[in-house]
Design a binder for this molecule. Structure first.
Ligand code: KIV
Ligand code: NA
Length: 278
């Protein structure tokens, strides 16, 4: 299996083949996502919430994204990996945007970057794409602006907001974005945006009319705590409970001396020069 390419991604939209995207933040999760056939792995700055324990994505740094992207790329060498540019790393002029995106690719190993925002990012997107850096857009609820928006709520509910989002989608396409994530927008608007542009839309809480879907690794597995509106999430497993039960049993067995047993131990007379640890 080889990684998805941008031309193939466009073909998936044209042939109405849904795109399955999932976040991952480390080596084992990326490996499992690749084995399961995920089309695109997103190293989302949601890692600030789900693996680093912050309340928002605002504290996540470029270095955090590089560190986690490296682990993901090692775990999923045959999958397209997109990394989020974190808060304020693409808002200080095109030169620093390019420098930061280049680091995510050169040091992190990302194949593409994602930016939150609309038409105001056209210059940034043009500079990145002309330097060979593929850009995924992100419209609707943009968590990096949560302090400005004032909460995590559905976007595009009135006609003024909806019209602006449609124009933003067209502006991102025109600037060279290869796709757009639509987060928490009404199903009707997401479908209209999907029809009005030639690049794929990938929805999260954006209904059934998008070209693909994205969810957060920890949300679909019920692993840890989250802050997102759970109506948009479907959980396919509950590994949080599985892990807690296993750890409880481990602690209990240590306390009661049920673990380790003879078979886990290395008596002197059986140890040879090489120890088989498997
Ligand atoms: O950071 C993230 O996980 C994201 C997705 C929710 C789209 O941006
Ligand atoms: Na994100």
């Amino acid at each position: 299996k080889s990684a998805l390419t941008l031309p193939k991604l466009k073909t998936m939209k044209d042939q109405n083949k849904p795109i399955a995207m999932l976040t991952a933040y480390d080596h084992p999760s990326a490996m499992l996502a690749e084995e399961a056939g995920v089309d695109i792995i997103l190293v989302g700055d949601s890692l600030g919430n789900v693996v680093l324990g912050y309340d928002t994505t605002v504290p996540v740094r470029l270095e955090d994204m590089i560190y986690h992207t490296r682990a993901v790329v090692r775990g999923a060498p045959h999958t397209m990996v997109v990394t989020d540019m974190p808060f304020a790393t693409y808002r200080l002029g095109t030169e620093s945007t390019l420098r930061n995106a280049a680091k995510l690719m050169q040091e992190g190993g990302a194949h593409a970057v994602k930016l939150e925002g609309g038409a105001e990012l056209a210059d940034e997107i043009r500079v990145l794409t002309s330097a060979g850096i593929p850009v995924l857009g992100h419209l609707g609820l943009t968590p990096q602006s949560v302090h400005q928006i004032g909460g995590y709520r559905i976007q595009g509910k009135n006609s003024g907001e909806a019209e602006k989002l449609l124009q933003d989608a067209k502006a991102l396409e025109q600037a060279g974005a290869f796709g757009i994530v639509l987060e928490l927008v009404t199903e009707e608007l997401a479908a209209a945006m999907t029809r009005s542009i030639g690049i794929p839309t990938i929805g999260i809480g954006a209904g059934r009319g998008c070209d693909g879907q994205v969810l957060v690794f920890h949300d679909i597995l019920r692993y840890g705590s989250g802050i997102r509106d759970k109506k948009m999430v479907k959980s396919y497993a509950n590994i949080g409970d599985t892990i807690r039960n296993a750890i409880t049993e481990y602690v209990d067995e240590v306390k009661t001396k049920a673990f380790p047993e003879e078979k886990h131990s290395f008596p002197l007379d059986q140890s040879s020069t090489s120890t088989n640890l498997s």
